[in-house]
Ligand binder design. Structure first.
Ligand code: ZN
Length: 258
């Protein structure tokens, strides 16, 4: 399974930054998990192939690219962009984004080939298929209704938390798996922002360490994701200080093969 975190932010010389303002992962070049930098971070090939977007939740850094991605494709879409999300997330998109005030309600529009956008409602703990992938949403512990996901392609299984604070059900599901090829877990804030992380339902390196103690699996590559850009250096230092029990940081723009 190929997995890439899209770049979203740029240095003064125009090169991609290691700092992540938006969250958008591209799986096997054709499925997007979250849509933060979907409009500006994809390659032309990815833009041509991605017609399925799976949303963890509806916070801005995870949906920001969706309106412009659909807008860019509007005249050329021969099939709709399918947004796979829980009812709560769909309602936020339709009420607060695609509401004719912030952006057009694409679900009411058609081009010469048909619909522009379609919602595929997903339910927690119910598997659904996206292209060649089998996905299972698992409720996690964020400030708004949010899902982590198991993603399987028949050979490889990965688990990703999305934004979250401390979890229980997610670990129960992950620990029940026969095989896990990679775990991606958020770490938004450094330890000195523990209060803010608690209020906003995010993790810090110290909290992440306690979460990983719930993972009953001897060996599994673990990657930290969704690090707030302003605190990336501090989070990276604190994760490195965890030593062997700490995760690697998922590199922005790199194509991983799990
Ligand atoms: Zn969030």
């Amino acid at each position: 399974m190929k997995f890439r975190l899209l770049p979203s932010t740029f240095e003064s010389d125009g090169t991609a930054s290691s700092r992540q303002h938006f969250s958008c992962f591209v799986i096997d070049g054709c499925v997007a998990l979250d849509a933060g930098s979907l409009a500006n971070g994809v390659t032309p090939s990815e833009r041509a192939k991605i017609r399925d977007v799976v949303q963890t939740h509806a916070h801005l850094d995870h949906i920001a690219g969706l309106p412009l991605f659909v807008d860019d494709l509007f005249p050329t879409l021969t099939e709709p962009v399918r947004v796979h999300a829980t009812r709560e997330v769909i309602d936020v998109l339709e009420t607060h984004i695609f509401n004719w005030s912030v952006y057009p309600r694409f679900s009411e529009l058609k081009n010469q080939f048909g619909s522009i956008i379609e919602y595929r409602e997903i339910a927690h703990d119910a598997d659904f298929r996206v292209r060649h992938l089998e996905m299972r949403p698992i409720p996690v512990n964020h400030k708004v209704p949010s899902s982590g996901f198991l993603i399987q392609d028949g050979r490889t299984t990965i688990a990703i938390t999305g934004d979250t604070a401390e979890m229980d059900e997610f670990w129960d599901v992950v620990n029940s798996l026969e095989n896990l090829d990679a775990l991606l877990i958020e770490c938004a804030f450094p330890d000195e922002f523990e209060d803010l992380s608690t209020i906003s339902h995010h993790l810090t390196p110290a909290k992440l360490k306690r979460e990983l103690e719930k993972l009953h699996r001897a060996t599994c590559p673990v990657f930290a994701i969704n690090i707030k850009p302003s605190y990336r250096d501090a989070v990276a230092r604190q994760l490195a200080a965890l030593g062997a029990v700490g995760p690697q940081i998922l590199e922005i723009g790199k194509q991983y093969s799990f």
